[in-house]
Structure formats: structure tokens, C-alpha cells
Design a binder for this molecule. Structure first.
Ligand code: URA
Length: 437
């Protein structure tokens, strides 16, 4: 079968057969199909889209270009959560140990930050010694012994996705719901979890800026996962404003630890509990969402999820003393208050502007090859609705020097609106979907 014909048929809007898509993915992973042909195919998909059958076939084919982990026959049901990425999103650090404390096994394959969105692996690496590059046998052993383990995509998990995602990044072919679905889903399925819960972020600080786009992606993920025999749910959550009071790496680990101790910002706790509850109910650990939520809240309040997190940190080579005392996490040379310019109510926090300010401080990457500074970022960010007096701290800026801190101050203030009236409350969870309809 000639690759050129398949590209032409997709360009002209035809539906490809599952075996044709399989041949394309296998050929690309093995190097038989060159980048220029795959880039042309991806661009044809951007314009023509894919049917549900094609998307499922592409996901399955990409997953099968590498190792597919199998936890069948294990005593605990397996589940994983995936976020499409946002500003201040440290939920995985809470959800993996919380789900494990509730009786699930969580083999979590996480990603790195790129652009304004942070990455779970970068956050974990701010814990001294923490290793996110474990080989698969060690990963399996820790999932079995501790209940959860968090690593990056290895060379052997969905290698066609690694190659294709890098190609899409430089050929203008990232924004396509079927390609995003196949990319996210192929590596999650290769990780072996039978239940998947997606947190599709929506708003100024997210990949999907409108509810329609977020819904389109959520439905495509559910449809594809169900076609491949997984149990799924998707929750669309607000990312117009950042999540929680910390944005960065070490500062977000510290906030996640607060939530694991039973405290922390209410919205981080609420969303952690609700997403974990969906994983647990779909997996059969609880009979209903209403039963799951208080039981999970109790696991946070009693410190049981924190104990699991500490065991996972130790098993992955991390220094547990930095969890017992988060002052031992990397500390920025300059930490200073951001004073409110005038009195009023915090009426808006622009996730995009705050994300860009934190990226400029050095907490994120502009290019996939950039390195990051684990110590910098923002903490104690006042939530929307807070009443402030002039000069009162709106946040703490953690910077490498006074020049960086001064520049960040201006950028952050440009993303905060202080108004005379208290703003109306907005929901954090915009929609929940458990079927593609
Ligand atoms: N994240 C992924 O893993 N793949 C995409 O295509 C987009 C976001």
C-alpha cells in the first residue's frame, strides 16, 4: 500500500480503513515512512478530521507500536487521571496517592510542562532525588507495593506518539481533536489502567479556550476509550483563572502536600476529591459518588493519602524529609510580596497572563529542550473574591533575582483585576461527561 495514496485519500476527505491506519503508524514508528509524508498526513487530518472509527484505529495502532502494560489479575483495580494541562494544576500529586489510599492501583504516566502549562514530572523533580525515569519493572513493582507510581513516557511506551507529537509540534499540526485524542489516549492506554478520568481544562490558561472545544475533546476521548474497552469519564473544569494559590514547581509540591495534610486551597481539595471519586466509582471501589466523596475527604484529613505519597517519594528515590518539611524544597534567592495597588475585591485572575509571568521567572519551558528552575514561581495568590486593602500582599513572588522579581510584578499585576464590587461566584466544574453523546 503506497503511503502517497493514503495521504491523498485523507486529503480528499475519504475514511481510511483500520488496517491502512495501522500500516501508517507501524511504518512511521519503524522509520519506513519519512517525516515529510507523516507531516503531510497530519496536515490532511487537521483539515479533514477523522471519523470515530479512524481515531480509535489510530489510537490502538500508536499504542501497539510499543510495550502495552497489563495489570489484569492484580488484586486492585487500575485507574489513572489525565489533565489536558493548565496553570497551577498540581492535582495529580494529590490524586495518585489519594486513589491508592482508597484501594486503587495507579500506574500514572505523566508529562513535562511546555509553554505556559506546567508538567507533573517537573513538579515531582523539585523533590530532591525524585526519579521519574524508572524502567518498567521498577514502575510495576512500586505500583504493586505502594499503590501508585508516577513516571514519564518511556522509550518503549507508544513510541509512534513520541515521534509524531514532536513532528506535529514543528509542523503546525497540533490543533486537531483526533490527533490530540490518539496522542493522549495511546500513551495512557499503554500505561495499563482500565479506568481513565480526564480533566479537560477550559479557558484562557488552557489548550481548549472555549466550552465547545473542550466538549469536543472530552467526547472524542470518551468515544475512543470506550471503543477500546476502557471505563471513562471526563470533567471539564475552569482554567480561565489558575488553580489554587501556587504556580511553579516546588511551590506547587508544597501546596499539594498541604492538601494531602487535610488543608490547602478549597478548590484544589474539592477537585482532587471529585476526580478521584469518579476513578473509584468507575472502578467499583465505591458504589456511588456520594459515598466516595466523604470517604476520600476522610483519607485526606487522617493523613492516609499523605502516607502513601511519602512511600511513593521514598520508593522513587526522593528525600521524604522535603515532604515532612516543605521548607527543604528548593528555595528561590528572592521571595517578596506583591502589594495590592489599591483597595477592592480581587475580581479576576487571568490564567494566561499569570502563566506567562511564571514562565518568564524560569518555572517553565519555551522549547521542549529548555531547562527549568524548580524554585521560582508564585505562592499565596489571593483567590478571586478576596477583599484587599491597598498595600496588602496579593501574592508572594519567588524569583532568581530582584530584576526578575520587578519584571514579574508588572506582568502579574497586568493579570489581576481589583474592582469595587465582589464578583459573582463561578463554578469550577463546568460539565461532567460519561458518554460521548
Ligand atoms: N498532549 C499530548 O500528549 N498530545 C497532544 O497532541 C496534545 C497534548
Amino acid at each position: 500500500m503506497l503511503t502517497k495514496w493514503l495521504i491523498e485519500r485523507k486529503r480528499d476527505g475519504a475514511e481510511l480503513l483500520p488496517e491502512e491506519i495501522q500500516a501508517l503508524m507501524r511504518g512511521y514508528a519503524s522509520g519506513e515512512i519519512p517525516d515529510y509524508q507523516m507531516a503531510a498526513f497530519a496536515m490532511a487530518v487537521v483539515f479533514r478530521g477523522m471519523t470515530a472509527r479512524e481515531t480509535a484505529a489510530m489510537t490502538d495502532a500508536m499504542m501497539r507500536t510499543g510495550e502495552v502494560l497489563d495489570f489484569d489479575g492484580w488484586p486492585r483495580p487500575t485507574a489513572d487521571k489525565h489533565s489536558t494541562g493548565g496553570i497551577g494544576d498540581k492535582l495529580s500529586l494529590v490524586i495518585a496517592p489519594l486513589a491508592a489510599a482508597a484501594g486503587l492501583a495507579v500506574p500514572m504516566i505523566s508529562g513535562r510542562g511546555l509553554g505556559i502549562t506546567g508538567g507533573t514530572l517537573d513538579k515531582l523533580e523539585s523533590i530532591p532525588g525524585f526519579n521519574v525515569r524508572l524502567a518498567i519493572p521498577a514502575f510495576r513493582r512500586i505500583v504493586r507495593d505502594v499503590g501508585c507510581c508516577m513516571i514519564g513516557q518511556t522509550e518503549t511506551l507508544a513510541p509512534a506518539d513520541r515521534k509524531l507529537y514532536a513532528l506535529r509540534d514543528v509542523t503546525g499540526t497540533v490543533p486537531s481533536i483526533p490527533l490530540i485524542t490518539a496522542s493522549i489516549m495511546s500513551k495512557k492506554l499503554a500505561g495499563g489502567a482500565r479506568t481513565l478520568v480526564f480533566d479537560v481544562k477550559c479557558g484562557r490558561g488552557a489548550f481548549m479556550t472555549t466550552l465547545d472545544q473542550a466538549r469536543g475533546l472530552a467526547r472524542s476521548l470518551i468515544r475512543t476509550g470506550q471503543a477500546l474497552n476502557r471505563r471513562l469519564a471526563a470533567v471539564i473544569t475552569d482554567m480561565d483563572r489558575p488553580l489554587g494559590a501556587a504556580i511553579g514547581n516546588a511551590v506547587e509540591v508544597a501546596e499539594a502536600v498541604e492538601v494531602l495534610r487535610g488543608g490547602g486551597p478549597a478548590e484544589v481539595r474539592q477537585l482532587s476529591i471529585e476526580l478521584t471519586a469518579r476513578m473509584a466509582v468507575l472502578s467499583g471501589v465505591f458504589v456511588s459518588f456520594d459515598e466516595a466523596c466523604p470517604a476520600l475527604a476522610a483519607l485526606l484529613d487522617k493523613g492516609e493519602a499523605l502516607e502513601v505519597f511519602k512511600r511513593m517519594v521514598a520508593a522513587q528515590g526522593g528525600d521524604v524529609r522535603a515532604i515532612d518539611n516543605t521548607a527543604r524544597l528548593p528555595v528561590a534567592p528572592v521571595i517578596r510580596d506583591l502589594p495590592a495597588p489599591h483597595a477592592g475585591f480581587v475580581a479576576d485572575l487571568d490564567a494566561d497572563k499569570l502563566g506567562r509571568a511564571v514562565l518568564a521567572l524560569g518555572a517553565g519551558r519555551r522549547l521542549a529542550t529548555d531547562s527549568i528552575d524548580p524554585s521560582v514561581g508564585l505562592s499565596r495568590l489571593c483567590p478571586v473574591g478576596t477583599a484587599v486593602e491597598a498595600g496588602m500582599p496579593l501574592a508572594h513572588i519567588h524569583a532568581r533575582g530582584v530584576t526578575d522579581a520587578g519584571r514579574a510584578e508588572k506582568q502579574i499585576l497586568a493579570g489581576i483585576v481589583i474592582a469595587p464590587e465582589r464578583p459573582a461566584e463561578r463554578p469550577l466544574i463546568l460539565e461532567t461527561l460519561d458518554s460521548p453523546a
